[in-house]
Design a protein around this ligand. Structure first.
Ligand SMILES: Cc1cc2nc3c(=O)[nH]c(=O)nc-3n(C[C@H](O)[C@H](O)[C@H](O)COP(=O)(O)O)c2cc1C
Ligand code: SF4
Length: 523
């Protein structure tokens, strides 16, 4: 049997030289007159081992990593095509502890298959959900999704089935499925990994959403910073059309569904659903007031489902295995699995999909191996730039929407960014305001003005102005932004600020070399 070598084409692997490794391997095969198939797969999500290459052997796939082009010759010399030992040998891929501890439902195929092979996709149980959905009424599809307990993975955690039902019942000349692939949160990459590593699962999920709600057109909205994802998704859509998965007759049924990719210039606020709809319509990415809900008056004024990539990519399995199968994972009202992204100063960063309920302690220490710097962990920020900072004393909180809310935090898109004890939490709090000021769409005053004033207050603290008075101002400002902002960009910026202030008060105070105040600079 011809050996098969898997070399990821995921952007994270490409960034550390996967293409150069692929070329070196192809050249070495030619030079040695050897025959092997090279498959460019998605990433398995063990980012510290990228480029991690695999070889299919008689006893499963074995992995080597991180591989540099200069390692290729010695890999061949050692006999890696037969899965032989080598200093970079990691063992059987499925036995790698980081993978073995996961429950991969949404990411089951990512890194396993050739992302653009429909045959591979079918072989690994793809399209079963869509086939089941075709045989069902829209209302029944919606019921399965509702019963599964799936909640939006984009940030707000809104029940997906309820959203779909609103669109299904809404009247309109046209309905749309819009996939939110903007993925602006810091430390997040799961949407990108799905688009690059298993694009058909997203296409299948969107087609099921179309069948469920009566929508016949779909758009995937992403940012220009994702060139590889855009390219792979575009190719996958073309292939899906050619294979009859998309088009006037989905898998030969009487249902029509087609979709296209749309690329934004990259503004954080364009991930907010109404701002994204404006951007999709060719307008400036400004937040729309709600109501009307996008489910009733969304894209071009028509009923629209807006869902995150991970929400939609979870649906095919739910339609394949049933609501109960999915709902059996998780805790409380957080059902199923969550692809958690470990980033920042962490030894073993990457994608870890697991049932809800796991604690931060397990994630950061047991799985992530602590900090990459080897220094003590000081804090983690969960849920993107608007998420709270948690000190290590809070690491026993289970990964659960309600538990995080009860601790003044949010799960968001499940990005965890780790900081060691050199982090300056006052700087981080200032950064939250700065970020909000830069990314604000400018529509409402608490966010547009509040973010700028917030950064100024922190500068005053750093300059030694009356601490108690400035902290009171900061509290007041945070309350105004939380309660008075039109969307969560302004409304949630207080989370990182207040959490930094609450958990790390010792970091807030005068700095010897603080930046000059605008007022001082002008004098
Ligand atoms: C400032 C801001 C940025 C957001 N960015 C994203 C994003 O990048 N991706 C995403 O799916 N949702 C994002 N959201 C949440 C969306 O508004 C929306 O709730 C989500 O796309 C709905 O999909 P879901 O129900 O599947 O989570 C953002 C929200 C805000 C306020
Ligand atoms: S909170 Fe900020 S981003 Fe949101 S609508 Fe107001 S100004 Fe725009």
């Amino acid at each position: 049997m011809k050996p098969v070598i898997f070399i990821p084409c995921d952007a994270a692997a490409l960034a550390v030289g996967a293409d150069r490794v692929a070329s070196a391997i192809a050249e070495m095969l030619a030079a040695r007159g050897l025959d092997a198939e090279i498959v460019r797969n998605g990433s398995r999500g063990l980012h510290w081992l990228e480029p991690m290459i695999e070889v299919r052997t008689g006893h499963g796939r074995v992995a080597y990593g991180p591989v540099k082009p200069s390692d290729v010759e010695s890999l061949f010399d050692a006999g890696f095509l037969d899965g032989a030992e080598h200093p970079l040998f990691l063992g059987e891929t499925r036995e790698l502890p980081f993978l073995k501890r996961q429950t991969r439902l949404t990411f089951a195929r990512c890194g396993v298959t050739d992302p653009l092979s429909v045959a591979d996709y079918r072989h690994y149980k793809g399209l079963r959900g869509l086939e089941n959905a075709i045989a069902m009424q829209g209302a029944d599809i919606v019921r399965v999704v509702t019963d599964s307990g799936l909640r939006g993975r984009g940030g707000a955690g809104f029940p997906t089935g309820i959203k779909w039902d609103t669109v299904r019942k809404a009247e309109g000349p046209q309905k749309y499925i819009v996939c939110n692939a903007d993925e602006g949160d810091s430390g997040t990459f799961a949407d990108r990994m799905i688009m690059e590593g298993d694009p058909f699962v997203l296409i299948e999920g969107m087609a099921i959403a179309g069948l469920a709600t009566g929508a016949t057109r779909g758009y995937i909205y992403t940012r220009s910073e994702y060139p590889h994802a855009i390219q792979t998704m575009r190719k996958a859509i073309e292939i899906a059309r050619r294979e009859g998965i998309l088009g006037p007759s989905v898998l030969g049924s009487e249902h029509a569904f087609d979709m296209e990719m749309r690329v934004g210039a990259g503004a954080y606020v364009c991930g907010e659903e109404t701002s994204m709809l404006n951007s999709l319509e060719g307008k400036r990415g400004v937040v729309r007031a709600k109501p009307p809900l996008p489910a009733l008056e969304g894209l071009f004024g028509c009923p629209t489902v807006v869902n995150n990539v991970l929400s939609l990519a979870s649906v095919p399995l739910i339609l394949d295995r049933g609501a109960e199968y999915y709902r059996d994972f998780g805790i409380g009202k957080s059902r199923g699995t969550m692809p958690i992204q470990l980033a920042g100063n962490i030894k073993h960063g990457g994608l870890f999909e697991t049932a809800f309920g796991i604690t931060l302690n397990e994630l950061i220490y047991d799985i992530g191996g602590g900090t990459a710097s080897g220094r003590p962990v000081k804090a983690v920020q969960v849920g993107g730039p608007l998420g709270a900072y948690f000190p290590t004393s809070h690491f026993d909180i289970p990964f659960d929407y309600e538990a995080f809310t009860a601790n003044n935090g949010l799960i968001g898109h499940a990005g965890i960014v780790v900081f060691d004890d050199t982090a300056d939490m006052m700087k981080q709090a200032r950064f939250a305001f700065e970020f909000c000021a830069v990314e604000s769409c400018g529509k409402c005053t608490p966010c547009r003005i509040g973010a700028v004033r917030g950064a100024e207050v922190i500068d005053k603290i750093a300059a030694g102005a009356g601490l108690a008075e400035q902290k009171t101002l900061l509290d007041d400002l945070c309350n105004t932004m939380r309660l008075g902002s039109l969307c969560a960009l302004g409304g949630f910026t207080p989370y990182p600020v207040s959490s930094a202030l609450t958990h790390f008060p010792e970091d807030f105070g005068p700095r010897p070399q603080s930046r000059p105040q605008p007022a001082e600079a002008a004098e």
